[in-house]
Design a protein around this ligand. Structure first.
Ligand SMILES: CC(C)(COP(=O)(O)OP(=O)(O)OC[C@H]1O[C@@H](n2cnc3c(N)ncnc32)[C@H](O)[C@@H]1OP(=O)(O)O)[C@@H](O)C(=O)NCCC(=O)NCCS
Length: 216
């Protein structure tokens, strides 16, 4: 059986072989698309007991240097986790925050988020953040790649995008390694930590992702 879609107050079952266009236009996917296992990582729903691991990186000024948030106080991290847990009481939902656990250490080393911002056009954006002690080992690319794959295969989204500060070389590199296309360089579009910053916008379509995965 294909994924169950809620459409115009009726439940429909979509075929895996042919994706109904209507699903892209008005459907709300109800199928759970996580947890996800990758060779080294487990992406699973956030839990209250993740707070210490989250705070370890959320309180690090280097980690949030190119972001609007942070560095977090303990209270702020608690507030964010509480908000995420509240969001997670709802299903279906348009915003999901997954803990990224390093399977060999059973430690939560980061998080990835998916925000379905435009159901009508089946598009969403993603975000990711990792503990600095685990940078440059390919974990963000592995986790964000798994997220893209589920978003396209299970949620049947059409387009996924993400943005970063143009000075955030590592984040831009992750998106390039994933095969995302740089579509925009916005000039001073965000006022962040006392200054205007430029942003890059990267995006990828489902077709492009499947072609990449099949080596095409
Ligand atoms: C961006 C971030 C998630 C990347 O995580 P990560 O696990 O280190 O990412 P990966 O290891 O998969 O890839 C990082 C790539 O950036 C490259 N890189 C990192 N710093 C670099 C630098 N200063 N100059 C050039 N390349 C750099 C790495 O070499 C690697 O590329 P490679 O595989 O071609 O060698 C991590 O740095 C982070 O959490 N930053 C803070 C939060 C953040 O910026 N989130 C994104 C907001 S838009």
């Amino acid at each position: 059986m294909g994924p169950v879609l809620l459409h115009a107050n009726r439940i429909k079952v979509a075929s895996h072989d042919s994706i109904p266009v209507v699903a892209h236009l008005t459907g709300i996917l109800m199928e759970r698309w996580f947890p996800i296992e990758t060779p080294r990582l487990l992406l699973r729903e956030i839990r209250a007991e993740d707070e210490d691991d989250v705070h370890e990186y959320a309180s690090d000024p280097c980690v949030s240097r190119f972001d609007l948030w942070g560095p977090n106080t303990r209270e702020k991290t608690h507030e964010v986790i509480t908000r995420w847990l509240k969001i997670h009481e709802e299903w279906p939902r348009d915003e999901s925050h997954l803990a990224v656990e390093l399977r060999s250490e059973q430690k939560r080393i980061g998080s990835v988020s998916l925000y379905v911002k435009d159901r009508k056009n089946a598009s969403a954006y993603i975000g990711y953040v990792f503990n600095r002690r685990y940078w440059n080992r390919g974990y963000a690319t592995e986790a964000a790649g798994a997220l893209l794959d589920s978003a396209f295969r299970v949620l049947r989204l059409h387009r996924i995008w993400a943005t970063c500060d143009t000075r955030n070389i590592a984040s831009a590199r992750v998106m390039e390694k994933l095969g995302m296309r740089r579509e925009a360089h916005f000039i001073e579009d965000v006022f962040q930590k006392g200054e205007w910053r430029d942003s890059y916008l990267y995006a990828i379509l489902a077709d492009e992702w499947f072609r990449l995965k099949s080596g095409g």
